[in-house]
Design a protein around this ligand. Sequence first.
Ligand code: TRP
Length: 450
Amino acid sequence: MVQQSAPLWSSRFAFVMAAVGSAVGLGNVWKFPYMAGTGGGAAFVAVYVGCVLLVGVPILVAELMLGRRGGKDPVGTMAGLGARFGGTPAWGLVGGAGVLTALLVLSFYSVIAGWALAYVPKALGGVFAGADGTATQAAFAGLLGSPGTLLAWHTAFMAATVFVVAGGVRGGVERASTWLMPALFAMLLALVGYGMVAGDFARGATYLLKPDFSKIDGGLVLAAAGQAFFSLSVGLGTMLAYGSYLPADVSIPRTSVVIALCDTACAILAGLAVFPIVFAYGLDPSEGPGLVFVTLPVAFGQMPAGALFGAVFFALLVVAALTSAVSLLEPVVAWGTGRHGGSRKAWAAGVGAVAWGLGLLTIFSFNIWADVRPMGGDRTVFDWIDHLTSSVMLPLGGALLAVFAGWALPKEVSAAEFGTGDTALFRAWRFLVRVVAPAAVLGVLLDRLT
Ligand code: TRP
């Protein structure tokens, strides 16, 4: 029998929107454009889309399926299913590693969301009016150089995340996802339109969509695969937790395709909004994590009513980030209350406090530790946290979930959860999680680590 946790979602539609809300976030608007930029543009995008289709979506299906079947927090789900189907409850460790990873991702996610939050009053106050790339670069550097300011916005964002998870997943997250995500989508479309009129759209689109396949190597594939996991919110238990609240009559494959379509569309739109401006203003596509905070303000500074438009855009980005941050805190809180008891409020506050403290590592990486390279090379502390979580832990977690769903979970069980019977689609999915996804992940990881 399927054990159902307290149903968190008020309807099927609400679940889809919450899952889309989890997937669409900073990963699409902030991270995807700069990763495409440092990865050389279209080569990265092509590999990324391949990873989403062949690895990301099948694992998303697997993770939701395991979550619904297990019906508990991520650790309890994997330990329970492991004991029943996998020969050992030690599978719970996969859930445990996910919970740890979620904490780490949340810690830097909140800092970056804090940048977006800081940009709302900046944009509204007309700071960017008439600014060129040099000026927006200076404004961004000013923000990064001030640990106190970063800390204040990080604190505000983390508090909001805790507040939502502690009290109103239903009222808060559902409502935010249902109304504000489409608004963000519309804003992205409008920005792409602006890029067509005022930017170097042809060059931006070519850069993003016309791949030079000779640029593809192991490092690029690993980065693209990591980004696919990050953007789809798979590999650390978010979807195990969300799946455990999922009513039995929701189609997991259909939902997964909707999530992936919305997610990829938002990422590509964000790229199409950013790169025409990059080229029109002679900015550097491989600028790195600051990319959207440097490019888009140039556009806001030139367009009519740009102050208002910019403020609304960054506010929507904060909301998109909030629905994602909530989905990072949720699996940890579910684990806490599920395993150790205690109130949801207390766990949300406690876990939020830990993630807040870990966030200091990211904050300092941009100022007082800007020159610190913990392992030599050129990665800062933040770069390491980002690399280890996105490029190592998420793919590894996702591959293990795929292996479990493909090999340990009996075929009747996965077929029942898949919901289509033994169709070609189901067999294709099973092949992807049994062979393709684990092989792809282990292949690129080994290529990198050896
Ligand atoms: N997908 C979100 C984004 O693109 C971030 C996120 C939320 C996430 N939950 C996750 C990433 C779970 C990995 C795993 O911004």
